[in-house]
Design a protein around this ligand. Structure first.
Ligand SMILES: C[S@@+](CC[C@H](N)C(=O)[O-])C[C@H]1O[C@@H](n2cnc3c(N)ncnc32)[C@H](O)[C@@H]1O
Length: 276
């Protein structure tokens, strides 16, 4: 069953504004795995479930062409609007049936999207479009964290509770199940590449660090598809305002929306290769 969760134009625009979290060290890690199996130069990479192109853009310097694919035409419109690279093309298409020719790409990435996609079909498509020794990488992060000491530790708890509340009250069982896969860092038994793909490897060591204002963290929290569903269901809800109020209270009386926080996004990556 395909979920259509990122369909609203307004949601896509909020998503584009608050979700630019991907950093070049993550792309470098993916390229290292690829280079060890398929030496450069590279012709074509595809980014499946590309959203508004946050990760797609980081691939562009390393490939002659990059194609971002997403099931939501509003996400694709936002990606096209923000595109500053001549070698990136964005296409509407599904993670179960890529609009891409056989054996034409060296890399398939799927970033923060695999839990919404049928993995058997995704990997069959990855096998079809990859050249020999081309690679696939599922890349994601879990809920952001604010540090180990109070009050940062309490901020992490507040954000975790906010998401728990959204998920419990706005998601059906099947959606909850998929979100659980993300929180559990894509368990190998469901997400690891299958034969004839090989070389499954998991990297759980990376994290992205950002300085974000309280306002940006709250904006980030509003970009979740669960928040959009929650607000539709409970139109008079002040769940976001409550999060903001509790964050400011936790930070103390001098805190404002412009107070800057060090935010960590724990990253995990699952790799695979098409045999030569
Ligand atoms: C959480 S967003 C991730 C976007 C982007 N990759 C990022 O890292 O921010 C998930 C994206 O997956 C897309 N998506 C969900 N199911 C899909 C499917 N079956 N095929 C292709 N894209 C899908 C959604 O439209 C959405 O843009």
């Amino acid at each position: 069953m395909a979920f259509r969760l990122f369909e609203g134009a307004e949601h896509s625009s909020v998503y584009a504004k608050f979700r630019s979290v991907w950093t070049a060290d993550i792309t470098d890690r993916v390229l290292t795995y690829l280079q060890e199996r398929h030496p450069a130069p590279y012709d074509h990479a595809i980014d499946v479930g590309c959203g508004s192109g946050q990760f797609t853009q980081l691939l562009a310097p390393h490939f002659k062409q990059v194609t971002g694919i997403d099931i939501s035409s509003n996400q694709i419109s936002e990606a096209i609007k923000g595109n500053q690279r001549k070698n990136i093309t964005y296409k509407t298409g599904s993670g179960e049936c890529f609009p891409i020719a056989d054996q034409s790409v060296e890399l398939v990435t799927c970033v923060q999207a695999a839990h919404w996609i049928d993995m058997d079909k995704f990997y069959a498509e990855a096998y079809r479009v990859l050249k020999s020794n081309g690679c696939v990488a599922l890349i994601s992060y879990t809920i952001p964290e604010f540090g180990a000491h109070p009050p940062a530790k309490f901020l992490t708890k507040l954000l975790g509770n906010y998401y728990d509340n959204l998920w419990r009250k706005s998601c059906c069982d099947e959606m909850l199940n998929r979100i659980k896969h993300l929180s559990n860092r894509y368990p190998d038994e469901i997400f690891a590449c299958r034969p004839p793909l090989k070389d499954h490897l998991r990297d759980d060591t990376m994290a992205m660090e950002h300085d974000m204002t309280v306002e940006e963290v709250v904006g980030y929290a509003s970009s979740s598809s669960s928040y959009v569903r929650y607000v539709k269901k409970y139109s008079s809800s002040d769940i976001l305002e409550t999060l903001q109020r509790n964050m400011l209270k936790t930070l103390g009386q001098d805190a404002t929306l412009d107070t800057v926080l060090r935010v960590t996004f724990p990253v995990f990556i699952l790799f695979g290769r098409k045999p030569g």
